[in-house]
Design a protein around this ligand. Structure first.
Ligand code: MIG
Length: 687
């Protein structure tokens, strides 16, 4: 059951696809109060209550005990103290012995979530705008709550099948030759690869929709050559358009009046990578269409995927902010400077980027009326994604394209995936990525993953290996790193062969993982889940913070610490451990419910299977296009025959009907005395 409550006159956010009448009675579960414009929802928390949701945010799977703020923020150096990341996902489930409901604030402005921070026994959710649709969801289980939220907000984005392949990326690939070398180094060593990202280096002066003719002379030919080798190019597009007469996207944007305006009606501008930029007003339909059409030449040259960046929007500086900072310098120059003044000055300069004042200084046009940016800030990236996805649909309605964005809001999950932002090459960020994934799924973002190896800082070889072992299971599997950091391609490292084998496991599992993903996406389910969803009455499972469920019957528990050669794993039921070294080399160990110490040397990683749920391994391959998805080895802990419905399609059908793509796979019962592992069916299948 979903109930809607409307406060003030909310602006359209495109977050919801179900239109419901607003209730008139009191909001259940919360005490409602007003504080100026603010709408404040307060609820006591019982000691056992757990909170799931908030998608992209720091800290645990259970969000209890911290203060979060929904405000899309380009925050390169985030830590566990960071209250806002790049995306805002304003859905939260309250779950406890006597508690089960979800709350969604369809509010694109600042929302704060004091989840037992100020008082450990109280949750306080505050909408700063006070103009919003509030939804209260009630179902009988966590799983049903997640489904109900998806019914409300619509089907998750479906990437093409090739997007489940390994993607190599790095800020700094500066020429076609360099990208070809990276691809060749993978192919030469049998390291699987499906795509290479092009970062801002491919552009002329970082201008969107241009490319450097000296370094990338012929994109059509380049992309065609790479596709011959089953590798796709995935260029980046940023939100800002360089303000420069004679640059076609600026000229056409200016002519159409498509840029965000200041109060006096002039175009708002701020510096980002290309220098002074204007910002498309993605809130306008005509501006979205104009911007989306700018992708067409790149699509026409054979590109089938993009990543949208800097769309919080990130602002390096505005002239106003810089002028104010220099004024402060001048003030100090004439007087005595003490430490407080000096530190204050540092803060002034550090506060120039993404300054709140700047976000209050420009406007969007919503149904002909100007709306100040900060009131709808969290929608900017979502509406950029919408513009891009709509353009793909116009360009070729019969195909799925790859699209992932940095900033997003609920609703954007229908149009694209997201990556988990600029992480660092830190062990703590490996754990953070794992903990974020189930909450992203809960909010609809199934196609996602982190920068494997870490974006900032210098990776270590063992950290990359462990990141890749998580990446085997994330729908978006991309190795990405920042300019000037240590080179992070697998082949740079002495143990590249075992990392290659990790990737080969991904490709052997790919038809199965794709099947699990598509079944979840098409049925409104979750690909990754907190353990609580499967074992709601097992307090140990409910409180597990470093293991997550995958698909119908799997659980993952990656090693998350440096120099650890194993870890403790809690099994909420009897399970089969598959400990991989390669697709051909793995251990099968049936384990009883309970606590286990699992040994995992640097090249080993486990997957756990529930009883009666088979795992399908294909022979693998170096690209998704050359995979054999007809020949499988099925592994299953069972004492009887079981059936699995394998989802297969052509990999690009935009609107597949689930039932039409399922092949029932029968796994026979383990023949007594013949299986090398008692109780485990191991069967060769040709489908
Ligand atoms: O200000 O395009 O998150 O993935 O490599 C940095 C350069 C801009 C931020 C993205 C990152 C990308 C980088 N970008």
């Amino acid at each position: 059951m979903i109930r809607k409550y409307t406060f003030g006159t909310p602006l359209p956010t495109d977050a919801v696809v179900l239109s419901l009448p607003a209730e008139t009675g009191p909001v259940p579960f919360f005490t409602l109060s007003r504080d100026g414009d603010r709408v404040v929802l307060t609820r006591p928390l019982q000691p056992e209550d757990c909170l799931f949701g908030l998608g992209e945010s720091v800290r645990g799977i259970n969000k209890r005990g911290f203060l979060y703020r929904s405000w899309n923020n380009d925050i390169f150096n985030h830590t566990e103290s960071t209250d806002s990341l790049y995306s805002s996902h304003t859905f939260l489930i309250f779950f406890g012995p006597d508690t089960l409901f979800g709350v969604f604030l369809d509010d694109p402005g600042t929302v704060t979530w004091d989840l037992g921070y100020t008082r450990s026994d109280t949750a306080v959710i505050t909408s700063e705008n006070g103009q919003l649709d509030l939804y209260i969801l009630e179902e009988d289980s966590l799983t049903e709550l997640a489904r109900s939220f998806r019914r409300l907000t619509g089907r998750s984005y479906l990437p093409p099948r090739w997007a489940f392949g390994y993607i190599q990326s790095r800020w700094g690939y500066a020429s076609e030759a360099e990208v070809r070398t990276v691809a060749a180094e993978h192919r030469k060593r049998g390291i699987p690869l499906d795509a290479v990202c092009l970062d801002i280096d491919y552009m002329e002066d970082f201008k969107n929709f241009t490319w450097r003719k000296d370094a990338f002379p012929d994109l059509t030919r380049f992309s065609a050559d790479m596709k011959q080798d089953h590798i796709r190019l995935v260029p980046i597009i940023d939100a800002g358009i360089k303000r420069e007469k004679g640059y076609a996207p600026y000229d056409s944007g200016k002519a159409g009046g498509y840029f965000c305006k200041k109060e006096d009606g002039s175009d708002f501008s701020a510096a980002v990578w290309p220098g002074d930029c204007c910002f498309p007003d993605f809130f306008r339909e005509d501006a979205r269409r104009w911007f989306g059409d700018l992708y067409q030449p790149l699509l026409a040259s054979g590109v089938e995927g993009f990543w949208n960046d800097m769309n919080e929007p990130s602002l390096f500086y505005t002239e106003d902010c810089v002028a104010a900072a220099f004024r402060r310098v001048e003030e100090l120059r004439s007087g005595n400077v003490d430490y407080e003044a000096m530190w204050g000055l540092k803060d002034v300069f550090n506060g120039i980027a993404n300054n709140p004042e700047d976000y209050r200084s420009f406007y969007h046009e919503v149904n002909g009326t100007p709306v100040r940016h900060d009131r709808v800030h969290n929608l900017y990236g979502a509406f950029m994604t919408r513009a891009t996805a709509d353009a793909f649909r116009r360009f070729d309605p019969d195909r799925r394209f790859l699209l992932f964005s940095r900033a997003s809001f609920i609703g954007a999950h229908r149009n694209g995936g997201i990556w988990q932002g600029d992480n660092f090459s830190w062990w703590s960020h490996l754990k953070m990525a794992l903990q974020m994934l189930p909450n992203l799924n809960l909010c609809g973002f199934l196609y996602s993953g982190c920068d494997l190896g870490g974006f900032g800082c210098n990776v270590t070889e063992d950290l990359l290996a462990r990141f890749l072992q998580l990446g085997v299971f994330t729908p978006l599997m991309r190795n990405h790193s920042a300019l000037h950091t240590r080179e992070q391609e697998i082949y740079r490292f002495s143990t590249w062969e075992s990392m290659r084998d990790t990737l080969r496991v991904r490709y052997a599992l790919l038809p199965f993982l794709y099947s699990e993903f598509m079944k979840a996406a098409l049925s409104g389910g979750m690909y990754f889940r907190p353990l609580a969803f499967d074992y709601p009455s097992d307090p140990r499972a409910v409180r597990t913070e470093d293991q997550i469920m995958l698909g119908e019957g799997c659980m993952i528990a990656p090693v998350l610490e440096q120099n650890a050669v194993g870890r403790y794993v809690y099994l909420p039921e009897d399970m089969l451990m598959v400990r991989f070294r390669s697709p051909e080399d793995y251990d099968l160990v049936p384990l009883p419910k309970g606590d286990h110490r699992i040994d995992c040397s640097l090249r080993e990683f486990p997957l756990f299977l529930k009883k009666g749920h088979p795992l399908l391994l294909c022979p693998g391959g170096e690209s998704t296009e050359t995979l054999d998805d007809h020949t499988f080895t099925a592994l299953c802990l069972t004492d009887r025959a079981v059936t699995y419905d394998l989802y297969r399609d052509n990999g690009f059908d935009p609107d597949p009907v689930l039932a039409e793509h399922l092949t029932p796979v029968s796994v026979p019962a383990p023949a007594a005395g013949t299986s090398p592992v008692p109780g485990v069916a191991i069967s060769a299948l040709v489908l």
